[in-house]
Structure formats: structure tokens, C-alpha cells
Design a protein around this ligand. Structure first.
Ligand code: NDP
Ligand code: OXD
Length: 312
């Protein structure tokens, strides 16, 4: 592979793992932590999470920006993003499996009333509930992309009555598919456990708000593993407190880490996890990045190139 210079920037602590993994896979690529960039014009590729506004625009010869995650909202927040530079996101089969495990686990928790039994244990209350069969439990997945489709298929495999919603029509074995704004009402009306696996875009921000909660059947539970800004927090708290929603599992938040005094922490019907549904794993993700670097050098298209206009 001809020489490329890759600038790395992430507030996380995996820099040395990435350096080591890429040194093995693509030894001709110069790995440059962002603090060590002496000549921004020499940088060909930026591999980043949450780059500060304007940083990418300081590198005039960028040929690709690669996200360190599946989502790219953290990059497109940058109002100075150089629109001509291709943006590629991370699609790693390991992450897809991890997300499927997390979503399946949380759906099973809500299906089997585990949060109820946890509350009952605190009150030494012995009160059994017979769960419906999985085939009688209606699960709905917002977003049928890489992650949503895999979770939907796995849940259908467990026997759940699964539906999914996407922007464009889809056909997925064992999953009832709805699409577009016209399909949303019918999708929500039949959903008892709602999972959000949408990207954060102008069209999806605030989708988990009062209007859509009201369309869910009373007692529905929600699991948000998309982005924090999908949720209108005041609406969620009101829906939980009124009993319209029974439980919320929240993995992502508009501001992370979640503030210590945030009401979600102590709410008895909210489970908070610290953005861990599908963590980027340098060991597996570096294989994906190396392949995308090869495509850059060979002039091949990237299957996971982002459409910047639609934001995902
Ligand atoms: P994809 O781009 O593969 O899929 C996105 C899906 O959302 C597609 O089915 C798309 O529809 C649908 N969609 C987008 N906009 C709309 C809209 N306006 N109306 C209806 N449907 C819409 O993304 P991934 O599955 O790879 O990832 C989804 C998100 O998961 C990421 O963007 C990220 O925010 C989140 N994530 C969270 C993680 C965590 O640890 N919590 C880890 C990784 C990702 P269509 O198919 O028609 O284009
Ligand atoms: C991602 C994430 O987008 O971890 O990959 O949220």
C-alpha cells in the first residue's frame, strides 16, 4: 500500500491499541495522534470520534474521514465539515453481534418483567405474573439498518412478533416491515417493546417524544440504543410517571457522561447504561478500517460511505 498519513483523534483511551493494530495490518500507513500533527497538509485520512468543530477543515488534503463508530452524528456536528471529503462509517460484524446481544437481553428483561421483580424484591413482595408467550409479544425496532435488522432477525428467531420501521421499504424474513412517515402510526400502535436503533439526523431527532409515546399501547416499554437526542426527556419522564410507559432502558444521552444529578439515575422505572450497547473494539474494527484504507488506495467505492445530505 502506498504511504498514507492517518491522523487519529478520540477522547477515548484506545489510541495505543489502534496504533498497534494498524501497524500490523497496514505498516505503510503513518499513524499520527492529533497532538503530533506538524504539517496538516500531509494528512490523508482522519480516524476520529467527536472531532472538535473546525479540526477536520485544518487538513486541506484529506481524502477520507473514517468514523470510530457506526454513527456519524458526532462528526456531522462539525459545521465546518469539508463537504467534499468522503465520510465512511464503521460497520463491524463484532459490533453487530454485540448490539444484538444487548438488545435481546433488554427485550427479554422487559418481556419477563425483570424490573418489576427487582422492585418487588425490595418490598419483599411475592407476586408472580405469567408472561405471554414470545409469539404474543409485539416488539418494534425503529431502524432496520445494519444493527436494527440483525436485532430484529434475532428476536424473530426467539419467536417474538417483531416489526421494524425504516425510511425506505424493506423485506426481512420473519419481520413485519413498515416504512416512512405513513407507516409510523401503524408500527407504533402494535408495539409493546420499542427499540430505537435509528441514526441521529434532523428527521429523527426527538422521535421518542409525547406524540409518538401516545401512539404506543399503554404499558409499553422503550429501549434507546440510538442516540440521546432521539428522546425528549421531559416527555419520557411524564409518560413513565403517568404509567403510559412502563419502563425505559437508556444507553445513550445528549450529554455523556450523564450528570450525577440527572433524574434518570434514581427513577425506579429507568435503567441507565453508560453507552455500552456495542462498544468499538479496536481489534476487530481495525480490520474494517484497514480494508477501507485499501479501498482508498485502489480507488474502490466504500460500501459504508455516508450520504452527508441525509446525515447517515
Ligand atoms: P444504518 O445506517 O445501517 O441504519 C439506519 C436505519 O435507520 C436504516 O434502516 C434507515 O432506513 C433508518 N432510518 C434513518 N432515517 C430514518 C427516518 N427518517 N425514518 C425512518 N427510518 C430511518 O445504521 P446502524 O444500524 O449501523 O446504526 C444505527 C445507529 O445505532 C447509529 O447511527 C448509532 O446512533 C447507534 N449506535 C449505538 C451504539 C451504542 O453503543 N449505543 C453503537 C453503535 C451504533 P433505510 O434503511 O431506509 O435507509
Ligand atoms: C457508535 C456508538 O456509533 O458506539 O458506534 O455509539
Amino acid at each position: 500500500m502506498p504511504k498514507l498519513t492517518l491522523a487519529f483523534r478520540s477522547p477515548g483511551d484506545h489510541q495505543e491499541k489502534w496504533r498497534a493494530a494498524l501497524a500490523t495490518l497496514v505498516p505503510d500507513v503513518t499513524f499520527l495522534p492529533w497532538q503530533e500533527i506538524a504539517d496538516p497538509a500531509a494528512v490523508d485520512v482522519a480516524l476520529c470520534w467527536l472531532p472538535p468543530t473546525g479540526w477536520l477543515a485544518t487538513m486541506p488534503n484529506l481524502k477520507m474521514v473514517h468514523s470510530l463508530g457506526a454513527g456519524v452524528d458526532h462528526i456531522l456536528l462539525d459545521t465546518a465539515y469539508p463537504a467534499q471529503v468522503p465520510l465512511v462509517r464503521l460497520v463491524d460484524p463484532y459490533m453487530t453481534r454485540a448490539m444484538t446481544e444487548f438488545v435481546t437481553f433488554q427485550v427479554l428483561r422487559l418481556h419477563l418483567k425483570e424490573p418489576t421483580y427487582r422492585r418487588q424484591q425490595q418490598a419483599a413482595l411475592w407476586k408472580p405474573y405469567a408472561p405471554p408467550r414470545a409469539s404474543e409479544r409485539k416488539v418494534g425496532i425503529l431502524g432496520l439498518g445494519e444493527l436494527g435488522a440483525a436485532s430484529a432477525t434475532a428476536l424473530a428467531g426467539l419467536g417474538f412478533d417483531v416489526a421494524g420501521w425504516s425510511r425506505t421499504p424493506k423485506a426481512l424474513d420473519g419481520v413485519t416491515c413498515f416504512a416512512g412517515d405513513d407507516g409510523l402510526d401503524a408500527f407504533l400502535a402494535r408495539t409493546e417493546i420499542l427499540v430505537c436503533l435509528l441514526p441521529l439526523t434532523a428527521a429523527t431527532e426527538g422521535i421518542l417524544g409525547a406524540k409518538n409515546f401516545a401512539r404506543l399501547p399503554r404499558g409499553a416499554g422503550i429501549i434507546n440504543v440510538g442516540r440521546g437526542r432521539h428522546v425528549v426527556e421531559a416527555d419520557l419522564l411524564a409518560a413513565l410517571d403517568s404509567g403510559h410507559l412502563s419502563e425505559a432502558v437508556l444507553d445513550v444521552f445528549p450529554k455523556e457522561p450523564l450528570a450525577a444529578d440527572h433524574p434518570f439515575w434514581k427513577h425506579e422505572r429507568v435503567v441507565v447504561t453508560p453507552h455500552v450497547a456495542a462498544l468499538t473494539n479496536p481489534g476487530t474494527a481495525s480490520l474494517v478500517v484497514a480494508e477501507n484504507l485499501r479501498r482508498l488506495v485502489q480507488g474502490e467505492a466504500w460500501p459504508d460511505r455516508v450520504d452527508i445530505a441525509s446525515g447517515y
